[in-house]
Design a protein around this ligand. Structure first.
Ligand code: GLC
Ligand code: CA
Length: 568
């Protein structure tokens, strides 16, 4: 196998607004990330993905960029990011940024110029269309609700502009070669500054087919923008050009946020030969809990085996074409320990079993800030506590569907993007050591128990377990297998995961019991081991004092939520 440098990374995702505040304004900043580099180094991660930290009016917390070559003053200065890159590098930690180029902010000078001076070249940097019979040009619904069409303040030609997301996020016009060149230039600007790659935001939306029309699919009379505005033919060509001008030229990593890609098309996206990205997130494994697409109004009482089937399938399908990412959380998802673990599984053993399951499949692992502590969702009872525009939209759509207010709050509590955006709990003091001021978003109320101080250096903490997992993948006799080895699912009981990773050097078996029951698994591969206790169990989520994994011949008896990694 042709090995690539980015396959061996372990990536830690930081939401800068919520990580660590150093000047008391209640908002995390770049110097906060600098201050916590030793913490991240101790955890063992090798690369940091920083969510957007560019100048922004914060309509979508930075995913609305007003200057692609600067730093948001709330987060710091150019000197701060330079220092962060340099200090991280000294600890062997690489930095990647978030590339948000499907759209800019409506406060970007390009957009302002497009409105103020409609004959300027910047008009064609965006998508403008005339009204049809006095109405918006079509009936597509933006991702955050309402029409994708809006008339800007000060608009002189009476035209609508297009926005896939919020109205403060006008889509850039990728059909315009000048826009594509601007994007390539700004990417290389950051490469020249020492950034090692980008996570690429919402990239499947850059091509639209306005000849398509759709019947309304909800009480708002609108139709999902994904139908005509995502993964459209021609998109790949734009991205191949970008790759050649930037990522390939500099040997930097590209990680795409690419939802809705059918597996049979993966080759164009991440194929070893012709893929336009190095890796992408497969979101097919993330919506297993939702009954209705796109809206959070009804949830499945899902079974472990259903999620397991999706996750294995993703590994196998993605593995056929290229390289995967493995992740269970991010800034758009609820907390993993709340989403993946059912009510009977809210304990540290289960949190570690979940971690074991996702971390050792094949792919570059991502850890979202606080995941390494086993952080859980909040319980908020008032929509006014929320900041996220998408949560507020989901709440309003639920009310439109005649869900009552209490129920609507409960529904958004489960899925709100704010769940992962609450401040990072560093200790149990007031405001969790995140800020000396007032945090911009309330803390998750469990912070007095789940925080860094309570877990760092504590042998059986979730944090210590993440540290062990990372060390095993990165720096052990099994690293080669755990990073590059093939993935193969093995038969198991419904609530148990058993899979192997196979390389020339050795074979690894990963086992995780997601139930509170004792489970007995027969694993033929174990037959060859004479004495399993003799150093073959290389990781376990039960403490030594609790006794070793019970293996007899090729049979393993798993205790509740027991997980282990066995080297053959
Ligand atoms: C991506 C981001 C999300 C953002 C959206 C618009 O999905 O992950 O946070 O709201 O794009 O940029
Ligand atoms: Ca601050």
């Amino acid at each position: 196998m042709d090995k690539k440098w980015w396959q061996k990374e372990v990536i830690y995702q930081i939401y800068p607004k919520s990580f660590k505040d150093t000047n008391g304004d209640g908002i995390g900043d770049l110097n906060g990330i600098r201050e916590k580099l030793p913490y991240l180094h101790d955890l063992g991660i090798t690369m940091i993905w920083i969510c957007p930290m560019f100048p922004t009016p914060m309509a979508d917390n930075g995913y609305d960029i007003a200057d692609y070559r600067g730093v948001e003053p709330l987060f710091g200065t150019m000197a701060d990011i330079d220092a962060l890159i340099a200090e991280a590098k000294a600890l062997d930690i690489k930095i990647i940024l978030d590339l948000v180029v499907n759209h800019s902010s409506d406060e970007h000078p390009w957009f302002k110029e497009a409105i103020a001076n409609p004959t300027s070249k910047y008009r064609d940097y965006y998508i403008f269309k005339k009204p049809v019979d006095g109405q918006p040009p079509n009936n597509w619904r933006s991702i955050f609700g309402g029409s994708v069409w809006e008339i800007a303040e000060g608009e002189q030609l009476g035209e609508y502009y297009f926005h896939t997301f919020h109205k403060k996020q006008p889509d850039l016009n990728w059909e315009n070669p000048a826009v594509r060149q601007e994007v390539a230039d700004l990417v290389n600007f950051w490469f020249e500054r020492g950034v090692e790659g980008f996570r690429i935001d919402a990239i499947v939306f850059i091509k639209k087919d306005f000849s398509l029309t759709f019947a309304p699919d909800g009480p708002d009379g609108l139709a999902d923008v994904n139908l005509g505005g995502a993964n459209m033919p021609g998109m790949i060509e734009f991205l191949a050009e970008l790759k050649e001008r930037t990522f390939a030229a500099y040997d930097k990593v590209s990680i795409a946020e690419a939802a809705g890609v059918p597996y049979e098309k993966l080759d164009e996206y991440i194929g070893r030969e012709r893929g336009v990205f190095d890796m992408m997130f497969d979101f097919k494994t993330t919506e297993f809990d939702l009954q209705t697409e796109g809206i959070w109004t009804s949830y499945y009482d899902w079974d472990v085996k259903d999620y397991k089937a999706m996750m294995y399938n993703s590994q196998v399908e993605v593995g056929k074409h290229g390289w995967a990412t493995t992740f269970i959380s991010n800034h758009d998802q609820p907390r993993a320990a709340s989403k993946y673990l059912r009510a009977n599984a809210r304990n540290p053993y289960a949190v570690k079993a979940l971690a074991t399951t996702y971390f050792f499949v094949k792919g570059t692992p991502f850890v979202y800030q606080g995941q390494e502590l086993g952080m859980v969702n909040f319980k908020w009872d008032d929509i006014y506590k929320y900041d996220d525009i998408s949560t507020i939209d989901q709440y309003e759509r639920a009310l439109l569907l005649e869900v009552d207010e209490d129920n609507a709050i409960e529904l958004v509590n489960r899925r709100s993007r704010d769940n992962t955006r609450t401040p990072m709990p560093w200790d149990d003091s007031e405001n969790a050591g995140f800020t000396t001021g007032t945090p911009w978003l309330p803390l998750t109320e469990t912070y007095d128990e789940i925080n860094v101080k309570a877990q760092e250096g504590v042998g059986d903490s979730v944090f210590s377990y993440y540290k062990e997992m990372i060390a095993l993948r990165q720096h052990s006799d099994y690293s080669d297998t755990l990073i590059y080895g093939d993935f193969e699912p093995l038969p198991s009981s419904d609530d148990v995961f058993v899979y192997k990773r196979v390389a020339e050097s050795n074979t690894i078996i990963v086992i995780a019991n997601w139930s509170e029951e004792i489970q007995v698994e027969t694993i033929p591969e174990l037959g060859d081991i004479a004495d399993i206790a003799a150093g073959k169990v290389v990781l376990s989520n039960y403490a030594e004092a609790e006794g070793a994994l019970a293996v007899a011949g090729n049979q393993v008896t798993l205790r509740p939520f027991e997980a282990a990694v066995i080297a053959l």
